[in-house]
Write a protein that binds this ligand. Structure first.
Ligand code: UD1
Ligand code: CA
Length: 471
């Protein structure tokens, strides 16, 4: 069935009511653009090469924003109406037989099941076309659906062209259509811009097909929320909320516990494994993948991270593009970025930052450290206050710390530098030279103790300052 479908997504407009310099379809909900959400729905009924997006405003940016490869693009240079937009896709779509599905690029809530029902309705009854309609209380601005009394649609009239009587109709055209492709391309040339807006209206196809003896039926939907396009930032926010609620529900049904689900922010592409716990106020963004039996504690923000089974992310961890191994424990208040990699059973504690750094199995950095551009072996202990000096003002340099090494607190490791296997760095050292395996590296001033010094100081101070009375 997938073989004979072409999908055209209309996405050429700016969307003036967004009050934005950015094309409407580039605005994001639940971690992806409006257009990508529509494409995601379309992919349930067609393969990428059967999908064409009609773009115009900020065409290059819109093209780049589409992450699925194989999607076709057609440019509409001047916005002459919805029928003209579909016409622009004519040369790009792979097949002009079968079914032609037309969608709006600004409807991110569209459910795949609706597309399937629409395709089934058109094909099942060999209709000229089928249109998704719904009744809404305030139909202002929408095309009104006119019935022929036999269960078919005789026409859709746009707001500007409607008579006062037609304006009373509450059944609206949602802008989702399925046409018999061959008939559509046969008659599309009959659409004329003879309306107050001087646009080529796609909705005219309904009257045209009907006049040639091909019926067009409505697919009436009770719940309009999934069907409505985004026009303002308020609608953008409510679509975002709905998509995120849908995502949280999906995860809960698949075995994830979410505390206070309305407080979490989870992007659509995120994956979470069974029996993992997501606490309140967590943000899981981008392509984050979390394994089974993990705990992601409150306030943590993870973007494009991979978290293996059994890992614990304590409160307020901020991590980006990083990997955390199984049974590792991170946080509270840790920061990982730029491909930081904490292997299994590692422990990263509070106020520890890892940047482009690999921490080997079982290694620990419990408190207050900056580890950048480093390769750290297994079972290494990084003392509190350890800093890798990876930047000399011009270039970044690497620090290597081999397995089982012990780095004492407040050590400063001036890169490039290598600490050998099992070596020991004395606390407070500034290490500028490599340390051989199993050796002690100590780089600090010798301590000097002066006996009775403090006592003498106290006595001489008391002699100069007479005691204050009354205190
Ligand atoms: C359209 C329908 C209307 C329906 C409403 C549902 C027509 C004539 N009217 O009206 O019956 O109730 O959608 O939302 O089709 N676009 C282009 N190129 C153009 C014009 C539009 O790509 O030249 C795109 C827009 O970016 C948008 C979609 O087509 O994604 C719909 O266009 P829009 O101008 O919003 O149509 P409406 O006037 O809302
Ligand atoms: Ca619109």
């Amino acid at each position: 069935m997938k073989e004979n479908i072409a999908v055209v997504i209309l996405a050429a407009g700016l969307g003036t009511r967004m009050k934005s310099k950015k094309a409407k379809v580039l605005h994001e909900v639940a971690g992806d653009t409006l257009l990508n959400h529509v494409i995601r729905a379309a992919l349930h009924v067609a393969s990428p090469r059967q999908i064409v997006a009609v773009i115009g405003y900020q065409a290059d940016q819109v093209r780049e924003s589409v992450r699925v490869s194989g999607i076709g693009f057609a440019e509409q240079h001047e916005q002459k109406g919805t029928a003209h937009a579909v016409l622009c896709a004519r040369e790009v779509i792979p097949s002009k037989n079968g079914q032609l599905l037309i969608l709006n690029g600004d409807g991110p809530l569209l459910a795949p099941a609706t597309l399937k029902s629409l395709l089934d309705l058109q094909r099942g009854k060999s209709l000229g076309g089928a249109v998704v309609t719904t009744e809404i209380a305030d139909a202002t601005g929408y095309g009104r659906v006119l019935q022929d009394g036999k269960g078919f649609i005789s026409a859709v009239v746009e707001q500007k062209a409607a008579t006062p009587e037609q304006l009373q109709v509450h059944e609206i055209n949602t802008g989702l259509y399925c046409f018999d492709s061959a008939l559509f391309w046969q008659y599309i040339a009959e659409v004329k811009a003879d309306n107050p807006a001087k646009e080529y209206y796609l909705t005219d196809m309904i009257e045209i097909l009907t006049s040639h003896g091909h019926s067009v039926a409505p697919l009436r939907m009770d719940d309009e929320t999934e069907l409505l396009g985004i026009n303002t930032r308020i609608e953008l926010a409510s679509a975002d909320k709905m998509l995120r609620a849908r995502k949280a529900n999906e995860l809960m049904l698949s075995g994830v516990t979410i505390e206070n689900p309305e407080s979490v922010t989870i992007d659509v592409d995120v994956e979470v494994g069974e029996d993992s716990l997501v606490e309140a106020n967590v943000q899981l963004r981008g392509r984050t993948r979390i394994g089974a039996n993990c705990r992601i504690a409150t306030g943590s923000i993870l973007r494009d991270c991979e978290i293996a089974d059994g890992a614990t992310i304590l409160p307020y961890v901020v991590a980006e593009a990083s990997t955390i191994g199984s049974n590792a424990s991170v946080g509270p208040f840790s920061r990982l970025r730029m491909h930081a990699e904490a292997s299994e059973n590692t422990h990263i504690g509070n106020f520890v930052e890892l940047k482009k750094t690999k921490l080997g199995r079982g290694a620990k950095a419990g408190h207050l450290a900056y580890l950048g551009d480093s390769v750290i072996g297994s079972n290494v202990n990084i003392g509190a206050g350890t800093i890798t000096c990876n930047y000399d003002g011009q270039r970044k340099h690497q620090t290597t710390i081999a397995d089982d090494a012990f780095v004492g607190s407040n050590s400063t490791l001036v890169a490039p530098v290598t600490i050998g296997d099992g070596a020991f760095i004395a606390a407070g050292s500034v290490i500028t030279k490599n340390v051989e395996p199993d050796s002690l590296g100590i780089g600090r001033a010798h301590q000097l103790n002066k006996a009775e010094w403090a006592k003498r100081r106290r006595i001489s101070r008391d002699a100069k300052e007479p005691a204050k009375s009354g205190s």
